[in-house]
Ligand binder design. Sequence first.
Ligand code: FCX
Length: 435
Amino acid sequence: PVSLKERLAELIPAEIENVKATRAAHGKKSFGPVIVDQLYGGMRSLPALIWDGSVLDAEEGIRFRGKTIPDIQKALPKAPGGQEPLPEGLFWLLVTGEIPTQEQVIQLSKDWAARAAIPEFVEELLDRCPPTLHPMSQFSLAVTALNHDSAFAKAYQEGVSKKDYWGPVFEDSMDLIAKLPNIAGRIYRNVYGGGKLPAIDASKDYSWNLANLLGFGENPAFVELLRLYITIHSDHEGGNVSAHTGKLVASALSDPFLSYGAALNGLAGPLHGLANQEVLLWLRKMQAKIGEEPTDEAVKEYIWSTLKSGQVVPGYGHAVLRKTDPRYTAQREFALKHLPDDKMFKLVGQIYNLVPNILLEAGKAKNPWPNVDAHSGVLLTHYGLDQMQYYTVLFGVSRAFGVAAQLIWDRALGAPLERPKSYSTAAIQKIFKDK
Ligand code: FCX
């Protein structure tokens, strides 16, 4: 079968023409007014970016190249004996818009296994981090350091032509994804113990290898969870903090390692990826206060006390979504299948029945429904990965798939430097003085 890079090389010329034609036909058309509140309001719903890999609908949730999560759970290749999609297949889909064959997915697993080793100095860098340094800070510093061997940075120095940028960016992106398990595994073992890292097994898939590096290779249910986890966390259209940061930094022609290091620093914020850590901390505090099987009344009171002390309920709300996140639902279904009697899963279900009404009554959040982070920690905890400070690292491994796909296409299509306009409040007052 053709490799991913060969298929991409076939697709790029047609897409360049497609974009050209779209711009010729519609380039000067308006999306409607931009209102001043959007400048002050975090640019909510401001049409500003192009990304074909995934699109987020406020009601329906994410579609990857037009496919919902249940669609891809059905359509993408699985591991032998597995039921969850292989993230290798999702990456192929994000990059090409096509469902790969089983063989193509196996080829990708092997390619990533062959690229998985990290430079010795990066290992040493990680080994010297104090275990008190947050795993996300360690993660971003190691990814940034991979820039030492960037094919794109080197090609740029050697004067590569603009039309050929995508080739070395593709190589860097593949290296980036391939090296993340060794980085994530090393951080996990350095911080939480667990001895020497095992070697990558080139006959196994990406998620099995990541699970094995974390010490869970012998647990098939955990491996399946990781396959689902990476797939559903990979991409959430272009404007979220991590995806957009990666794209923005890469628009300055910073290589994929520098760009993804920056993206990880955004993912490490509590309103974004770190929310999965926050949810578990919040649940643990709740259990410590009101017990493992609390009454609805006690849970309600706890939720209100969170809101009244000026904190957010982690795992609920979203900047775009206005319904329950299908990534939450996919994880809930996994739990119903594999761990229906888990106490914390039951608590999460109980909270799901209570939080939305309380957030509606409180009257601020535009979306009272749970997002992806409300569920992931409970599943990981069930299998023994209960170090919540580590959770966002797994989100970070996953999000690389979407960001990498985007960086490849941005360079293939010649996306320019990003540079939106900012205004001062004085300028706003002057412009709209008599309007
Ligand atoms: N609990 C309490 N208050 C909330 C809330 C929640 N879960 N969600 C929103 N609100 C509040 C906001 O803080 C804001 O208050 P303010 O007017 O005093 O500033 C008000 O409701 C309006 O915010 P809204 O427009 O609904 O939400 P935003 O688009 O500004 O923010 C996030 C979206 C996700 C940041 C917000 O819902 C939140 O803080 N949720 C909790 C953190 C979380 O789960 N983040 C993960 C999101 C995501 F899935 C991911 O990136 O991983």
